[in-house]
Ligand binder design. Structure first.
Ligand SMILES: O=c1ccn([C@@H]2O[C@H](COP(=O)(O)O)[C@@H](O)[C@H]2O)c(=O)[nH]1
Length: 224
């Protein structure tokens, strides 16, 4: 089985990002490039990281009207990303158009509820109820829209997996227990997430901010 760990390369300096990726390359299965990286380095930066030969996950969390999101999806065809994110709260039409505009072979997955939010944060956005129910509701909408899967926390991935048997599930908010949770509120260990049905495990700071990133990545790999 291939390594499900994708390193979140949330670093502002391109050289430092490349060096980190090279350092841990043997212990990860892919690289996740998010808003911070893409805003700083754009297509050029993605090409530079792609030279390492690992699958690239573009975590752009697109959220706009359908026509604009479809245009953005077309603009990144050339980067041949393995995975791209949109926000499920953009609605069914937006997700349908995003999927239709994606390159063949690119998995389009919908962010349901950010792992940095809990029930109280959800309520503050005007949504009554539990995070768990909101994730299941948005997962159903993403499935109906024809997406490949969703992003959710390890708290929900087991339930979503039971509801959507062949879905592709991306789980960030992973901690080994010896790291602080930082801004993440719904966290589990990588092993727990994988056992509950995660397809991809996104790990950032537990590796990138470790004293020895390669050892941290190796230790996570060893738990799987
Ligand atoms: O709900 C979400 C969606 C995306 N992310 C991204 O994952 C990584 C997590 O980084 P850590 O340092 O391991 O906390 C980061 O790039 C986020 O943008 C998420 O955390 N939660």
């Amino acid at each position: 089985m291939s390594n499900p760990v994708y390193l979140a390369l949330d670093l502002p300096q391109l050289d430092a990002a490349k060096a980190l990726a090279e350092q841990v390359r043997a212990h990860i299965g892919g690289i996740k490039l998010g808003l911070e990286f893409f805003c700083a380095h754009g297509h050029h930066g993605v090409h530079e990281i792609a030279h390492l030969g690992l699958p690239i996950f573009l975590d752009l969390k697109l959220h706009d009207i359908p026509n604009t999101v479809a245009g953005a999806m077309q603009a990144i065809h050339v980067l041949e990303p393995a995975i791209v994110t949109v926000h499920a709260s953009g609605g069914r039409a937006m997700m349908e158009d995003a999927k239709a505009a994606a390159a063949n072979g690119t998995r389009v997955v919908a962010v349901t509820m950010l792992t940095s939010m809990d029930d109280r944060d959800l309520m503050q956005t005007g949504v009554a109820g539990k995070a768990h129910d909101q994730v299941l509701r948005l997962a159903e909408l993403a499935q109906t829209a024809g997406l490949d899967g969703i992003v959710c926390s390890g708290h929900e991935v087991g339930s979503v997996h039971r509801q959507w048997k062949d879905g592709f599930f991306v789980v960030p908010g992973l901690r080994m227990g010896n790291n602080g949770t930082g801004d993440q509120k719904r966290v589990v260990t990588p092993r727990q997430a994988r056992d509950d049905g995660a397809s991809v495990l996104v790990v950032g700071r537990p590796i990138s901010r470790a004293d020895d990133p390669a050892a941290a990545a190796r230790a996570i790999e060893a738990t799987l």
